[in-house]
Design a protein around this ligand. Structure first.
Ligand code: BES
Ligand code: MN
Ligand code: ZN
Length: 493
């Protein structure tokens, strides 16, 4: 979707759609006011014939009003006027797009002069996120079923200033689309080697990307990660991404992602119903790759490294068995009670490798790790665990600013014993109760006294029936914006 900024005096092209904002308590934006005057009060009359109150996301469409070239005018509720911040601008613009996208109009002009460059840019971001679509495998879809809107313009008092403010946000939109694409791809297309190839292509943005295969990982002693992948015909991969935008000697910030390209559960096989959703079990790594994309595309002044653990968890003849004992790169041994608790095994080696090699200042891992976190927090909020108060505060602030919702969970020392094994240093699962917590405690054992946070995003990665204006149904891109914001707050504030 192309979004441009145009001068506010621009009239909509013949027959195209025009959107203006109205606030709660009957307050019109300047553009809505001007339009209402231009069309002889038809906007206020139309609204008066509805239950429109100006609450966020309400829309009223007026067809072919006289006095304007627009074929359709959409009045979009934008909430309380004094709460009209960047977030509200994004959301309102996304609603404007959603209200018009299937009407047959090919262009939409969202008029928001006097909103300021920052909010105009954020409106463009809202449109970009709302207009995301993964339709490359729909070969027979009729054109009239596809969105008709191909171009959106935002009307500004200073189009140049808005375009400038949009530059970094366009990088973010591209990065989120990149992550959504990875999550949306089916597992027969996006297996570890192909995934690594797509990430390697990001070297065009100035990222350094290395790919380790089974041979290298065997040498490094990554028995936990390799154990997960050994039941698959697809080779496991470890992808290392580096962005060197900061001072030469500054320690990098580190992101680790779970990249299980498909999770059958392995020999501890999952039930058939709903198993297809496990194509999204690499969303943590996609968020991390997306965040690195954003940092590089906007040339962030920071050193960042990312490690993606890419495997496929299959029950092939060479698969690991329940009861197997594997040795992690850290030297600690693990009794694999349940082969479906594979994410933590992948993360254990990816995290250890990253710390060992890069000595990062802090480490954040993202993973679609447990069904238990979905039971606890639902589909809109991810769980997060943290060993450092400053990092926890930074994450909470970044969550608020980015809209990627997280809620802090505890790391109780008393629960450590739930991972005791009779044969090895630990087992890979505890009881069903508190399953997200024991998973976090397991991962913690592979972090080495550095500020660490773990985000269990099993619920938020995938929304088959999204109600959010900026998240089309499917892959959400959760986490990209959170990490990008975290870097902004910590290193660019
Ligand atoms: N990938 C799943 C977690 C998951 C569940 C992601 C639902 C997205 C939606 C993970 O590998 C898994 O299977 N976890 C098990 C752990 C259990 C065996 C201890 C779970 O949560 O049931
Ligand atoms: Mn699993
Ligand atoms: Zn999994």
């Amino acid at each position: 979707m192309k979004v441009d900024f145009v001068a506010a005096k621009t009239e909509p092209a013949d027959g195209q759609a025009l959107a203006v904002l109205a606030f709660e308590d009957g307050e019109f934006s300047p553009a809505a006011e001007a339009l209402d005057a231009q069309v002889g009060g038809a906007v206020r009359r139309a609204i008066g014939a509805t239950r429109f109150k100006g609450t966020m996301g309400q829309t009223v469409s007026i067809l072919a009003p006289s006095g304007t070239a627009a074929g359709r005018v959409v009045v979009v509720g934008a909430g309380k006027q004094d709460a009209f911040d960047g977030r509200a601008a994004e959301t309102a613009a996304a609603h404007a797009y959603n209200a018009v996208k299937d009407t047959g109009a090919e262009r939409l002009l969202i008029m928001m002069p006097a909103a300021g460059a920052e909010r105009q840019a954020r409106a463009a971001l809202g449109v970009r996120l709302a207009a995301y679509r993964f339709d490359k495998y729909r070969t027979t879809e009729k054109p009239e079923k596809k969105p008709s809107v191909a171009r959106v313009d935002v009307g500004c008092e200073d189009a140049k200033a808005a375009a400038k403010a949009f530059k970094d946000l366009a990088a973010l939109a591209d990065a989120i689309s990149f992550a959504r694409d990875l999550v949306s791809e089916p597992a027969n297309v996006l297996y570890p080697v192909e995934y690594a190839r797509r990430v390697s292509a990001l070297s065009r943005l100035g990222l350094e990307v290395e790919v380790l295969g089974v041979k290298e990982m065997t040498k490094l002693g990554m028995g936990a990660l390799l154990g997960v992948g050994q039941g698959s015909a697809r080779e496991s991969q470890l992808v290392v991404m580096q962005w060197k935008g900061g001072p030469k000697d500054a320690k990098p910030i580190a992101f680790i992602g779970k990249g299980v390209c498909f999770d059958t559960g392995g020999v501890s096989l999952k039930p058939a119903e709903g198993m297809e959703e496990m194509v999204t079990d690499m969303a943590g790594s996609a968020a991390v790759a997306g965040a690195m994309y954003a940092l590089a595309a906007r040339k962030a002044k920071v050193n960042a490294v990312a490690v993606l653990g890419l495997v496929e968890n299959m029950p092939g003849g060479a698969a690991q068995r329940p009861g197997d004992v594997v040795k992690t790169m850290s030297g600690q041994t693990v009794e694999v009670i349940n082969t479906d608790a594979e994410g933590r095994l992948v993360l254990a080696d990816a995290i250890w490798y990253c710390q060992d090699r890069f000595k990062p200042s802090l480490l954040v891992d993202l993973a679609t790790l447990t069904g238990a976190i979905v039971i606890a927090l639902g589909k809109d909020i991810a769980g997060f665990y943290c060993t450092d108060e400053k990092l926890a505060q930074n994450l909470q602030a970044a969550s608020k600013a980015s809209g990627d919702a997280i809620w802090r969970m505890p790391l109780p020392a008393d629960y450590e014993r739930l991972l005791d094994s009779h044969i090895a240093d630990m087992k890979n699962t505890g009881p069903r109760q508190g399953g997200s917590i024991t998973a976090a405690l397991f991962i913690k054992r592979f972090t080495n006294k550095l500020p660490w946070a773990h985000i269990d995003m099993a619920g938020t990665a995938w929304k088959p029936n999204s109600q959010a204006a900026m998240i089309p149904s499917g892959a959400t891109g959760f986490g990209v914006r959170l990490l990008d914001q975290l870097v902004r707050d910590i290193h660019e504030g």
